[in-house]
Design a binder for this molecule. Structure first.
Ligand SMILES: [Zn+2]
Ligand SMILES: [Zn+2]
Ligand SMILES: [Zn+2]
Length: 358
């Protein structure tokens, strides 16, 4: 019986400390269970995490006592149990004392406040920094990346924040360099189409009194993060970032488009209406032949698109990939529709457009 209780309790403790995805989606995490006590993270970001770290530390410290309690409830009668109960009860009591220290004296010993204190200007208070962080966190253009079940990375306009179970790392964007330190790739499918690359990034503050921290995100998450950063993440030469599936597809797409005959235009090519960065350089011009009569009834046939040259090849490739279905190996043989007039086209119909030299 007590073996069963022990196994169950170990499993329970692991789920409390590192909640699996099923627990997170079912709402069985400390943050979700104590939602009403913690308040809204969006309204009071710093206050929320001060309470969350406190309650997390308290609950984790009470886990050993909970085990003895479970054994007692299961009918276990061992002469050592009362002594064990007393010993394990000391842990949450000591933790309570520590938490009291965190919260007294203007909370200056609280790990969340400690992270902010470095940014307090003379004559001001850590609450000023906290208020600034709260306002920025409320902004919709922050980027928030879940690192694992218990930690998160947030980039706001001026701050980079790493949230973990018991603490918070804060650094000002302008006073910090982000450097990629290592990468690792994982294959989700045997064909390697769904390869995911993770990158370890170290945040190195320019000031010595601020703690460094590292975080690990996927290359896809890094692409979402980049536009929010003041300075791009430095990638040393020995580290190479893997292109995403879409980027690799766009490269192959371009390669095939370049083999199609050139479509000559007599007007200057305008900027692509998709990215507004590169000149539009593809024209959808039907070249494929209709299928023989006995094969009719298959996929929709291509139609002539009468739109001007509006898109660059990369944007057209991304448009194609976004609408493709099935395994990526079959994307090129499919069909897409013109983003403007919805005419169906195939890869043979995408012609590189060039200005006719007069
Ligand atoms: Zn474009
Ligand atoms: Zn069109
Ligand atoms: Zn076609």
């Amino acid at each position: 019986m007590d073996v069963l209780v022990t196994l169950f309790y170990i499993l329970f403790s692991i789920c409390v400390v590192y909640p699996p995805t099923e627990f997170v989606s079912a709402g069985f995490t400390i943050a979700q269970l104590f939602e009403s006590f913690l308040g809204s993270e969006n309204m009071n970001f710093i206050g929320y995490h001060m309470k969350r770290t406190t309650i997390t530390a308290l609950i984790h410290s009470a886990l050993p006592l909970g085990y003895i309690f479970c054994l007692l409830c299961a009918g276990e009668r061992n002469p050592w149990l009362p002594a064990a109960a007393a010993a394990t009860a000391i842990i949450p009591l000591l933790m309570c004392y520590r938490l009291l220290c965190w919260w007294e004296n203007d909370q200056v010993k609280h790990p969340v406040v400690k992270a902010l204190i470095q940014y307090v200007t003379p004559g001001s208070d850590w609450r000023v920094v906290a208020a600034n962080l709260n306002i920025e966190f409320r902004n919709v253009d922050k980027v928030s990346i879940q690192l694992n079940a218990t930690s998160r990375f947030v980039a706001t306009e001026t701050w980079l924040i790493k949230l973990t179970q018991y603490k918070l790392n804060v650094v000002k964007q302008e006073e910090c360099t982000l450097v990629a330190t290592a990468t690792d790739s994982h294959n989700l499918t045997p064909t390697g189409e769904d390869e995911v690359q993770y990158i370890n990034i170290e945040a190195i503050p320019t000031r010595d009194d601020i703690e460094r921290f590292t975080f690990r995100i996927s290359t896809t998450a890094l692409r979402d993060l980049q536009p929010r950063l003041l300075q791009p993440v430095r990638v040393p030469e020995h580290i190479s970032l893997m292109p995403t599936l879409i980027e690799r597809f766009v490269n192959v797409f371009k390669h095939y488009v370049d083999q199609n005959p050139v479509y000559l235009v007599d007007q200057e090519l305008e900027l692509c209406i998709g990215c507004m960065q590169y000149p539009a350089d593809v024209k959808l011009n039907r070249r494929c032949h209709p299928p023989p009569a006995h094969l009719e009834g298959g996929p929709p046939q291509c139609q002539q698109c009468n739109c001007r040259v509006l898109w660059c090849c990369a944007c057209m490739g991304r448009w194609w990939a976004a609408r493709a279905s099935g395994p990526p190996a079959g994307w090129l043989s499919g069909r897409a529709t013109c983003p403007v007039c919805r005419a169906t086209f195939c890869l043979l119909d995408v012609c590189p457009a060039r200005l006719a030299s007069s």
